[in-house]
Ligand binder design. Sequence first.
Ligand SMILES: [Zn+2]
Length: 430
Amino acid sequence: MGLFAKKTEPDTQAVLTGPLPFDQIGTALAALAGAGESGAIEAVDALLVQAALHRASDVHLEPWDEGVSLRFRIDGLLHEVASLPVRHHARIAGRVKVLARMLTYQKDLPQDGRIDPEASGCGKAVRVSTFPTVNGEKLVLRILNPDPNLFDLDVLGFDADTTDALRGIVTRPQGAFLLTGPASSGKTTTIYAMIREILGRRGPSTHVVAIEDPVEYRLGRVSQSEVNSHAGFTYEAALRAALRQDPEVLVLGEIRDPETARTAIQAGLTGHLVISTIHSGTAAGVFTRLLDMGVEPYLAASSVVGVMAQRLYRRACPDCAETALPAPRERLRCGIADGAGTLRAVGCPACLGIGYRGRAALGEVLMVDEALEGLLLTRPRTQTVHDAALAAGMVPLFEQAARCVRARLTTPEELERLFPAPGAGTHREE
Ligand SMILES: [Zn+2]
């Protein structure tokens, strides 16, 4: 064991058993990496264990002149953990590349690899990518969390109406349901939860085909396939092949070209439930995007049963959040009653001083009813669709976030981070 483990007698395994404060992680890793031949092996094990214990989704290792920056992405935000001595970088990077079965000598071209759960030391699979920078080789490690409990509509954090709407969608025999939202807004997790719900209700009598890029989690009883554009196995080609496979439910990672859009929307009219994501700012904007991609209005109107725009917000840490009176501007923005307090993030050992712990989802759901179907035939502008949806009861993302502030699940600052007020400038860093 390394120096760090030796000097704290009862805690020789501390770096492998419990989450350490950020400053101690840096000390422990530097001590391990500098200790003997097997030092790099133990350092990388400890690094991945600490990342997993801190619920980090990504680990960044980036060499600079003054040191190797180690950062964890936790609940969607990057946090600086430590600066490691530059002399350890080559050994740590080399060990990661061995585990990920990469070419260790290849440092001037990017590489992709994967570490199996058995080899990672933290029990989770890790996707590794390298990137040559002017300062040396940068590594990003994505920790894949296989916890099946994540894929449950009841634990994603949606409000009851949104959860009910999603449950209603999965009982439909046919139609298209489209999710939209920025990268890392939890769309894939929502889709996996919907698939689990479908399998739980209909069991083996349902054939689900999922086409993804890449497949991140293996789901039992689902025909999961990975696109391979270099070999011509594009989303469009995979979708056409999947339709010949007698599916009831088709899951498509993303609709990003006109051909795939038309085929997917058509499939929703011919006895398939199609679930996919599409790039658009809002739920209402999804229809404009479909029409821009050449989908006929009557097809979009009759095939799409609903769309949802999704975001994730960070929950205030229940162990340390304090109550404070919001600033007048925040009070107005979030619709908080005069004199009522809101939560303020503080920071404690349980949340590593971040003040937030865990994330929950917000969903702006737009269900297509008869009135909207008629409206869509007129090629309406996005704002017209949005207004019609609001009139029909859609709760926009911002209002959902404001409700979470009022319900003391999160802070006005977190709402501001997700939905910056016009003219408020860029958000502050924690
Ligand atoms: Zn806390």
